[in-house]
Design a binder for this molecule. Structure first.
Ligand SMILES: Nc1ncnc2c1ncn2[C@@H]1O[C@H](COP(=O)(O)OP(=O)(O)OP(=O)(O)O)[C@@H](O)[C@H]1O
Length: 617
């Protein structure tokens, strides 16, 4: 890696002398290196939601025969037709102030990166005894359809995907309330993971599903659960969904609420408060249908005998690879043990499922169907990924300031590797007049909720975050993700940058790297290549990190010098000067126009920070 040594001066290196090298490091304008035709084809294929190309499959002939195990509509349940009334009557948010995910600031115990991607042809165990297709003309048509949408399936007797919500409704007799709620969500077309995973779960099969970030995995498991539960029953929990963070659990809870409007399901988000209500004698306990929890919270409740999980028929691990890695594995195992129903159906979902995790999962799943959408362990293709060489830690701070000066289009998420560094960067940027906030597991639940809400509503434009926010959280409009600190694992990279470019939108991800990060660069380069980004040949020729190096990084982030360029005296001086200039400008404008002018956020080069924001520092 002589090149890195040559560039080792970081932000101070001789730009003239290394002009050619700079160009190599500069991000390219076009995200893909494919020819125009291929590019167009890819864009269409990955345009999950826009439906801008006619289906390659014509409507199949009418079903010749009903599938033996196709579910039939239950007429025993009386449906509440009112779309107004929220189905559930439990919407508790607990008051847990501590973060129960002790590991949420460090990612990954995964042993793989995208270099372990499988060849699509290789190792396919797709079974030849697929059920007789009813909706597809023949196997070839089915196979074409799957290939077109990059749906790969492995296992035996795999149900066919459905192609539209109408088709799903007809084929499975989906109840009107569910159809109505799908429509109300504005979802016109299912995403590939929904097309394939929903029928698999409806057929009672265990599933291991891997699909890109922001591709609608949540609905892929929520919809079949609601379908299968049919309506509320007073027997106790029948579905349990586990998520690694409270933020994600809350999001899933909200999505279930939306999709279940019109059915009086009792849905419980397990918090300290809701756990306390479960402390009564079993016969007095509130009976819920669906439970959403983080692992530790649920394990506590199980240990205190507040939970009866023997009626659970659906157990979902969202962000399954995270839940099956060291730190969570014991808890997950305990939850499995408590869900003792003999015909429990298990579903694992994630954007990344390293082979080691899959092997582990195979030990507790029953003949699972494995679904892979797109390339294994790749990033969403609607994200333009860039690597920026900053030389040193100091260079990173200069780079981010330059980025801000050039203008950022909020909302922007910035990831760092530790709570300490999140605080440091926050204290740097707050003096730059940016409307910035910081989230990590040391902040209270109330603070975290407020920040997340503020970011969703556009009140916070730049959010500095630790790994806590890397997974699952659905901020629709994030325009840019900056990996200020190089991620510790490939999985972390994929999930972090997956906070942008969601639901078919485009997004941008920038990763800063220094000389110290060079050993690990190749792993990210591979993800970029897998996701269709153009990467220079010399980058592809780089040596990949050894297993040991990857393991070390996974276990402990690189030691970095603290984020601090200026004394706080200097920072305050700059902030003071800036405020004085701004006030003087305001006075001039007021004097000439005799009117106050307001400015909406839009031109993002010079953020102005409100007083209330300053008080957060
Ligand atoms: N069929 C659909 N059509 C349009 N939008 C959809 C559809 N299904 C889900 N969405 C939306 O796509 C967004 C991303 O969905 P979701 O959060 O389930 O993604 P995900 O695959 O779980 O991502 P991650 O891996 O980051 O957790 C959400 O805003 C969701 O409402």
């Amino acid at each position: 890696m002589d090149l890195f040594r040559m560039l080792g001066g970081g932000a101070r290196f001789d730009k003239k002398r290394f002009k050619d090298d700079i160009e190599i490091f500069q991000p390219k304008a076009a995200p893909t290196g494919l020819n125009a035709d291929t590019e167009a084809a890819l864009a269409t294929e990955l345009d999950f939601f826009k439906n801008n190309k006619k289906s390659i499959v014509k409507k199949g002939k009418k079903r010749k025969k009903e599938k033996k195990d196709t579910k039939t509509k239950s007429d025993s349940e009386s449906e509440d037709e009112s779309a107004e009334s929220s189905g559930e009557d439990q919407t508790h948010e607990g008051d847990e102030s501590e973060d129960e995910n002790s590991n949420d600031d460090s990612e990954g115990d995964n042993d793989e990166d995208s270099e372990d991607n499988e060849d699509p042809e290789e190792g396919s165990e797709e079974d030849n005894n697929e059920e007789e297709s009813t909706e597809f003309k023949d196997k070839e048509q089915l196979s074409l359809f799957r290939n077109h949408l990059k749906i790969r399936v492995y296992g035996t007797d795999i149900p066919n995907p459905f192609r539209s919500f109408d088709e799903l409704a007809k084929q499975y007799q989906v109840e009107p309330y569910l159809q109505r709620n799908i429509l109300a969500s504005g979802f016109k077309k299912p995403t590939p993971i929904q097309m394939q995973a929903i029928p698999v779960i409806l057929h009672g099969r265990d599933v291991m599903a891997m699909a890109p970030t922001g591709s609608g995995k949540t609905m892929a498991f929520v919809l079949p659960i609601l379908y299968d539960l049919k309506g509320p029953e007073k027997v106790g929990y029948r579905a349990v969904i586990i998520s690694p963070t409270r933020e994600l659990a809350t999001q899933i809870f909200n999505q279930i609420k939306k999709l279940s409007v019109g059915k009086k399901f009792k849905i419980c988000m397990l918090t300290k408060a809701t756990a306390a209500t479960q402390g009564q004698a079993p016969h007095l306990r509130q009976k819920y249908d669906i439970l959403i929890s983080t692992p530790l919270r649920l394990v506590h409740a199980i240990q205190q005998e507040k939970m009866e999980l023997d009626h659970v028929r659906h157990l979902v691990l969202d962000e399954a690879d995270k839940l099956l890695e060291q730190g969570f594995l014991e808890q997950t195992d305990e939850i499995f043990a408590a869900c003792s129903h003999p015909s429990i159906q298990k579903s694992l979902f994630s954007a990344t499922l390293p082979s080691g995790v899959e092997a582990l999962a195979n030990t507790f799943m029953r003949s699972p169907v494995r679904i892979v959408i797109g390339s294994k362990n790749a990033a969403t293709e609607t994200i333009e990924q860039k690597l920026i060489y900053c030389g040193s830690e100091e260079g990173k701070l200069i780079a981010i300031r330059q980025q801000i000066q050039r203008g950022l289009k909020p909302p922007v998420l910035i990831f760092v590797q530790s709570i300490e560094r999140a605080k440091e960067l926050f204290h740097e940027l707050i003096y730059d007049g940016i409307n910035v906030d910081v989230i990590h597991s040391e902040r209270t639940k109330a603070q975290r909720d407020k920040i997340v809400e503020g970011f969703r509503q556009g009140k916070v434009w730049v959010l500095i975050a630790t790994e806590l926010m890397a997974r699952g959280v659905d901020f629709k409009g994030v325009n840019l993700v900056i990996n200020y600190d190089f991620p510790q694992t490939v999985q972390s990279y994929i999930h972090r940058i997956g906070r942008t470019g969601r639901a078919g939108r485009s997004g941008e991800a920038i990763t800063y790297f220094t000389n110290e990060d060079q050993t690990y660069l190749k792993s990210i380069v591979n993800v970029m290549r897998e996701s269709g980004c153009e990467v220079a040949d010399w980058m592809l020729a780089m040596k990949k990190p050894s297993k040991n190096q990857k393991k070390n990084l996974r276990q402990r982030p690189l030691g970095r010098s603290s984020i601090n360029t200026m004394s706080s005296y200097d920072k305050k001086k700059i902030a003071h000067k800036r405020d004085m200039i701004a006030n003087s400008k305001k006075r001039k404008v007021a004097a000439s126009d005799n009117a106050a002018s307001t400015s909406a956020p839009g031109a993002y080069g010079g953020f102005k920070k409100s007083k209330s924001d300053s008080s957060k520092a």
